[in-house]
Ligand binder design. Structure first.
Ligand SMILES: NC(=O)C1=CN([C@@H]2O[C@H](COP(=O)(O)OP(=O)(O)OC[C@H]3O[C@@H](n4cnc5c(N)ncnc54)[C@H](OP(=O)(O)O)[C@@H]3O)[C@@H](O)[C@H]2O)C=CC1
Ligand SMILES: CCCCC/C=C/C=O
Length: 335
């Protein structure tokens, strides 16, 4: 009998990720019925959205998340044994699902395109949701032009590293912020960012005055809070701001959210355009985005890095690690 291992959310997180909120269970995998598919997880994703989104997950549900999984049995003609599928099946090793009954707000399962020699885990990263977030968020909301100054934070992470590289490929002057000197070195030497700073040791306003004395055209924000107030006060007239994430506040108590310097003065007097987004807005264009990102990776126009944690049981540690800045590039778990 095949066994499914799964993590159940038994308590909502309060403050930092607490591993005791997740309980590991095991169960028998049921026999397939007509039209059903059985997949086995190969790679699992840990993403910052899991912290805010899990607050709305009913207790005792399987923890939310995406995975690259292999079809191991199929009674559905659309999915064949051996195919690799990207699905939001949650934190479990084996999933029985009926393609015609899937209706995830996060996106329905799809067969991965041919990655050639590239690792299939990229379907969770630069050729998956984080890459799509960078691609659509930057290009659709900010429309970066050659020579414009683009600032991105959490720049050595999955989304930020892709944003910065797409902006570089568009001919922009790219400034990244990350939380360690090692990450800063990677941004400058490997990803060829024009400037990069460790926000833990360098004041953000001072850094921008040094690197972009004329001001910032585009700000892709993954962090929020006071960091963002600082950047907004350094924007040029008609600057564009994509509000992608607010990881600095995800662990905060929502009744006592951190305060930041008001942002209305630069919004008004610099006539900024600032827009929040969720990547699923472009769900109907995912195929286009994935095709483009994969092409750029194959052409060497997008460089990727993965932070791999070994073992399904280590998922909670890997999720916690995101909030401790452990990862350079995309954080994934090898099952
Ligand atoms: N709007 C959307 O549709 C989507 C939004 N997102 C958002 O994009 C952002 C980046 O996601 P992703 O690339 O997957 O994650 P990353 O790979 O960037 O990993 C998270 C990183 O965040 C940084 N970080 C953690 N805590 C803090 C903090 N308190 N202040 C500042 N930085 C912190 C750490 O890097 P460092 O060492 O630099 O501190 C850490 O490595 C997140 O805010 C996420 O919620 C992601 C996907 C879709
Ligand atoms: C498909 C997953 C959507 C994730 C949206 C993330 C928002 C903030 O992190």
């Amino acid at each position: 009998m095949v066994k499914n291992k799964k993590f159940i959310l038994v308590k909502h997180f309060e403050g930092e990720i607490d591993k005791s909120c997740l309980k590991l269970e095991e169960e028998n995998v049921p026999t397939l019925k007509a039209n059903e598919v059985l997949t086995e997880a190969l790679w699992m994703s840990v993403d910052p959205y899991m912290r805010p989104y899990s607050a709305h997950l009913p207790l005792n549900s399987v923890m939310i998340g995406s995975q690259v999984a292999k079809v191991v049995e199929s009674k559905n003609e659309r999915f064949k044994v051996g195919q690799l599928v990207l699905g939001y099946f949650g934190w479990q090793t084996h999933t029985v699902w009926n393609p015609s009954e899937m209706s995830s707000a996060l996106g329905n399962p799809y067969v991965l395109p041919d990655f050639g020699d590239l690792p299939p885990s990229l379907g969770l990263g630069i050729v998956g949701m984080p890459g799509l977030t960078a691609y659509f968020g930057l290009l659709e909301l900010c429309d970066p032009k050659p020579k414009e100054v683009v600032v991105v934070n959490s720049a050595a992470g999955a989304v930020g590293s892709c944003v910065g590289q797409i902006a570089k490929n568009k001919g922009c002057f790219v400034i990244g912020f990350a939380g360690s000197d090692k990450k800063v070195k990677w941004l400058k030497e490997t990803l060829k960012f024009d400037a990069a700073f460790n926000y833990k040791t360098k004041d953000v306003s001072e850094a921008l005055k040094e690197a972009a004395p004329g001001g910032v055209d585009v700000y892709f924000d993954n962090v929020g809070g006071e960091f963002s107030s600082s950047v907004l006060y350094q924007m040029k007239d008609f600057g564009r701001v994509a509000v992608c994430g607010s990881i600095s506040s995800y662990n905060a108590d929502h009744k006592h959210l951190p305060k930041a310097t008001i942002i209305q003065p630069p919004l008004i007097f610099k006539q900024l355009k600032m827009e929040g987004f969720v990547v699923t807005r472009w769900k109907k264009r995912y195929e286009e985005g994935i095709g483009q990102l994969l092409k750029w990776v194959k052409e060497g126009k997008l460089v990727y890095e993965e932070h791999v944690t070994e073992g399904f049981e280590k998922l909670p540690d890997a999720l916690l690690g995101l909030f401790q800045g452990e990862n350079t590039g995309k954080a994934v778990v090898k099952v």
